[in-house]
Design a binder for this molecule. Structure first.
Ligand code: UDP
Length: 344
């Protein structure tokens, strides 16, 4: 291996960041350094990662939009070989109500970290993108080559802009090796039950809303619309286990570090290929947990697309990656995580 062996993970205390750190520490020889200011996460996550892996995480609790502070990290950490940039705000409804928060943070942090890549000669870069870049699309499943539709929310637009920024950097700075991973809907929790999705703010994503309703943290949940043109009227998404997503990052990192990338900017979908409706997701959860959920039917939520699921062939062919976890395992692990949090 290259003598440089540190991977910077931004948003390391976050949901996907924390699961990816575990995979990096357990299945690769890389050292991990995190940058996370706990704006929507908890420092306790690092204690849990240490418990699972036996390794202590170095974290810099700084704002990624603060260029000077980020540069200080890069000056201090001498052996950086690559960056996985997770840190961003990610709630569709919040982005609709507070677009400034999303545009200023998600775009500025990306630019700051890219400028650091150039300044400190770090070439391997992985970006968290999202299937929301496709917008409302009639041709399903979506392929990476599917032309992007209009973004349905400021959040989705920050990911479209993020990809454009990366494309432009890759054209100008030919030594960069960049991958954007378009996540479908990451759900579930680590098999240990010790880490999972842990939003500081009130959850808006379906599965934490489901588990928090089942345990009584939320009195009732709402299905946002049953008048879509889908098989049961509710929206369709491609839910994917967070550990499958984490493993895909290791594959993507190895793909660029081991020079398997043909161009210097690639995009891959990370999904299972299965479309699941909100009602089907609720039914799967009720079966696995033996709990009846208290839900009501509400109107459509602003910013939502009707149906989206992934074509998985490109990531399978190029990265040699495909998902392992079933919908039941996603729901069960999310539920175990919720139950474990109650015991704390
Ligand atoms: N959803 C819902 N009730 C909730 C939260 C989500 O019906 O309390 C629906 C939402 O409208 C969407 C799907 O569940 O159709 C997935 O939403 P989520 O926020 O998890 O992910 P998104 O695809 O919007 O990023």
């Amino acid at each position: 291996m290259n003598s440089k062996n540190t991977i910077i993970v931004t948003g390391g205390a976050g949901y996907i960041g924390s699961h990816t750190i575990i995979e990096l520490l357990e299945n690769t020889a890389y050292n991990v350094v995190s940058i996370d200011n706990f704006s929507n996460s908890s420092s306790k996550t690092f204690d849990r990662i240490e418990h699972i892996t036996g390794k202590k995480i170095v974290n810099y609790a700084i704002d990624l939009c603060d260029k000077k502070s980020v540069e200080n990290v890069f000056e201090k950490e001498k052996n950086i070989v690559g960056i996985i940039h997770f840190a961003a705000f990610k709630s569709v409804p919040e982005s609709v109500s507070n677009p400034y928060k999303y545009y200023s943070n998600n775009i500025n942090s990306l630019l700051t970290i890219l400028e650091c890549c150039l300044k400190f000669n770090i070439v391997n870069f992985i970006f968290s993108s999202s299937c929301s870049v496709y917008g409302n699309i009639s041709e399903l499943p979506v392929k990476e080559s599917t032309p992007l539709g209009k973004s349905e929310s400021p959040y989705a637009y920050t990911k479209q802009i993020g990809e454009e920024i990366l494309k432009d950097y890759s054209k100008t700075f030919l030594n960069l090796k960049i991958i954007a991973l378009r996540y479908f809907n990451p759900v579930g929790a680590h098999i240990s039950g010790l880490i999972g999705e842990d939003p500081i703010n009130k959850p808006t994503s379906l599965v934490p809303v489901i588990t928090q309703t089942a345990i009584g943290k939320l009195k009732q949940m709402t299905i946002h619309g049953t008048d879509y043109s889908t098989r049961d009227g509710s929206c369709i998404r491609d839910y994917i286990h967070v550990t499958d997503i984490a493993i895909a990052h290791i594959k993507a990192l190895e793909y660029i570090i081991n020079e398997k990338q043909k161009r210097n900017f690639s995009i891959f979908n990370l999904g299972t290929g299965n479309g699941v409706s909100v009602i089907e997701a609720i039914t799967a959860f009720e079966k696995i947990s033996n709990k009846k959920l208290n839900y009501t039917i509400g109107p459509k939520r602003a910013g939502d697309v009707e149906a989206i699921y992934s074509d998985t062939s490109l990531s399978e062919k190029e990265l040699g990656w495909k998902t392992e976890f079933t919908l039941n395992e996603m729901m069960d692990s999310a539920w175990q995580w919720e139950l474990n949090q109650q015991k704390e």
